[in-house]
Design a binder for this molecule. Structure first.
Ligand code: ZN
Length: 364
């Protein structure tokens, strides 16, 4: 087995505890109510012009780290309880694909440093992040070794940075999710939130149902299990109902904010009739975007089901997170700018609004 080029130091329990604060951790917060976690950083940064759709590697960490910090702040002001380090797709396999393996360590450490700074400044939870490696193949022993190495080093860097917990997300294989969980348990002392993705088929690639996959993850020690990405609220909700019934632990739900349908249940399957029924993913998804109200409705419905770890994945903007937070009865900082039409030029009801405009309302 090749030796890691940059061995990390595995955090000892004392080391991890030394960086913890007195605020309630993930588990206590989940016991008290919902935990909101904004995800979808890569999509949002692509929209803003700081990384390339396709490979979706957040090179913005090297080129414009201040933009990542600002986006964390935007999400926190909108109601995220968590600042999740942008280490999604900052693993050695993804960097190999774009020929930037040498940036592996600095990019991971930068992502963790920025997220930690924001988390400590804002009293949000500081989360590490692991994700799909895209090389996992249950029949390929060499690939499995490489996956193991990817998870080990990323968990090590996160633990060393003093994360409050680690998210492992967007897996299509249940086995890969279990490997990520095993690494979190082996190389850190923090809770694990493990979510996988449901694509067109309801099962993960082994053929396990989402409920069964969640049960396996719970038995293997995950503190929170569930699904993230790929499915919109409409097509994730039926899956969530079955998952909630199948496990005892906390459940996570982080859909994409897109109007997926029974026939096209995932964001990659959506086709746009205005564009010759071409696949809309990844840069033509705008016409399918959910409104803020729809995301708020999703949050309320999921919470009523008993789902406590809630967020939104690829496609989410801070406005969606704010809507989700407000639907759960929160009033985050940016709610002071939530819509108030009373002073609108045409639709306003305030007495300072001139009738010359409001009388024209019906013709708008
Ligand atoms: Zn996503």
């Amino acid at each position: 087995m090749p030796k890691p080029a940059t061995p990390h130091r595995v955090a000892k329990p004392g080391n991890v505890m030394a960086t913890r604060r007195n605020e309630p951790g993930l588990i206590q917060r989940l016991a008290a109510g919902a935990v909101i976690c904004a995800e979808g950083y890569v999509f949002e940064l692509e929209r803003r012009g700081y990384l390339q759709a396709g490979a979706f590697v957040p090179v913005v960490l090297s080129e414009h780290p201040e933009v990542v910090e600002q986006l964390h702040m935007d999400f926190v002001r909108a109601g995220s309880d968590v600042t999740q380090a942008l280490t999604y797709y900052v693993h050695r396999e993804k960097l190999r694909v774009i020929g930037r393996e040498k940036d592996l360590v600095p990019m991971n450490l930068t992502a963790l440093k920025i997220a930690k700074r924001v988390a400590r400044r804002t009293d949000t939870l500081f989360a590490g992040d692991l994700c799909n490696t895209n090389i996992y193949d249950p029949t390929d022993r060499r690939a499995l070794k490489e996956v193991e190495r990817i998870f080990e080093e990323q968990v090590g860097w996160a633990a060393d940075a003093g994360v409050d917990y680690i998210v492992a997300e967007t897996f299509a294989w249940g086995g890969e999710a279990l490997m990520a969980l095993e690494a979190i348990k082996k190389y850190s002392k923090v809770p694990a939130v493990v979510t996988f993705s449901v694509h067109r088929e309801e099962s993960v690639r082994e053929g396990w149902t989402p409920a069964e996959t969640c049960r396996r993850l719970e038995v293997a020690g995950a503190e929170v299990v569930g699904v993230n990405c790929h499915r919109g609220p409409a097509t994730m909700m039926p899956v969530l109902k079955r998952i909630r019934r199948a496990v005892k632990c906390a459940v996570a739900a982080l859909p994409v904010p897109y109007r997926t349908t029974r026939r096209q249940p995932s964001l990659m399957s959506l086709t746009d009739p205005r564009c010759g029924n071409a696949r809309a993913f990844p840069t033509g998804l705008d016409p399918f975007l959910c409104t803020r109200a729809e995301m708020g409705e999703f949050g309320r419905e999921a919470f009523d089901l008993g789902i406590r770890y809630l967020g939104i994945c690829c496609g989410a903007g801070p406005h969606h997170i704010r809507a989700l937070a407000e639907a759960l009865g929160r009033h985050p900082e940016s709610s002071k700018y939530s819509v108030d039409m009373s002073k609108h030029a045409y639709f306003g009801t305030d007495k300072k609004i001139r009738s010359v405009q409001t009388e024209y309302r019906a013709k708008l």
